[in-house]
Design a protein around this ligand. Structure first.
Ligand code: SAH
Length: 212
């Protein structure tokens, strides 16, 4: 039975908390503040609080809520952080982060999705996010250095530009691997180099070299 979106949202938050994906009060609160129904297609509004990915156009998807929860918690967002996202898509992940950090810059390859993300974020009242058209493999040097870089498309490697644009003690979180499955990798920059942690298997749409 459909109960209404605020109730559906609370049900999803309880489920994600019970399953251990949402771990902190502040990330849970960010999920409460950002209406996912504004980031999905109108015809999917009633499915906005199901825990699965949905099509957003251009063959791309908004990630499942538990994946957004896992990545947001792993980033350990702090109020003073400046974050770069690769792969804006619907803008939802950027919107969640915008509630937790000082500024989010997000790069998207597909012009239609740049417009979609900008509109969704404006409607949802997320003001400290800027969406740029570009090839995310190059990062976004204009606002570097970043405290955190989050990649939301499957990447064959951690590109040098991302490493260069990260502050010392900063982290890069990215699904690294092939088409069917990737490993969620967390790379921490130290004065001596990079430390790698692996956070399990995941499935994202692939990073592309050119727009569709
Ligand atoms: N974070 C998004 C989901 C991203 S889906 C959300 O919350 O909705 C992955 C996105 O990465 C797609 O929009 C795709 O167009 C984009 N993408 C793929 N290759 C890219 C590249 N080289 N540079 C920037 N964005 C890219």
């Amino acid at each position: 039975m459909f109960m209404g979106l605020p109730e559906e949202r609370e049900m999803l938050l309880s489920k994600l908390t019970g399953e251990g994906y949402l771990k902190t009060e502040k990330v849970t609160e960010a999920f409460r503040e950002v209406p996912r129904e504004m980031f999905v297609q109108d015809s999917d509004a009633l499915s906005a609080y199901g825990d699965y990915p949905l099509q957003i156009g251009c063959g791309q998807t908004i990630s499942a809520p538990h994946m957004v929860a896992i990545m947001t918690e792993l980033l350990k967002p702090r109020k003073k952080d400046k974050v770069l996202e690769i792969g804006s898509g619907s803008g939802y992940q950027a919107g969640i982060l915008s509630k937790l950090v000082s500024a989010v810059y997000t790069v998207e390859l597909e012009p239609d999705l740049v417009n979609l993300a900008r509109n969704n974020l404006r409607r949802a009242g997320c003001s400290n996010v800027e969406v740029f058209l570009g090839d995310g493999r190059l990062g976004y040097p204009q606002q570097a250095p970043y405290d955190k870089i989050i990649v939301t498309c499957a990447t064959p490697e951690i590109f040098q530009a991302w490493k260069d644009q990260l502050k010392v003690s900063g982290i890069i979180l990215a699904p690294v691997g092939g088409f069917y499955r990737q490993d969620l990798v967390l790379l921490r920059k130290t004065t001596k180099g990079f430390e790698k942690e692996s956070h399990g298997g995941c499935i994202f749409v692939p990073l592309r070299n050119e727009s569709i």
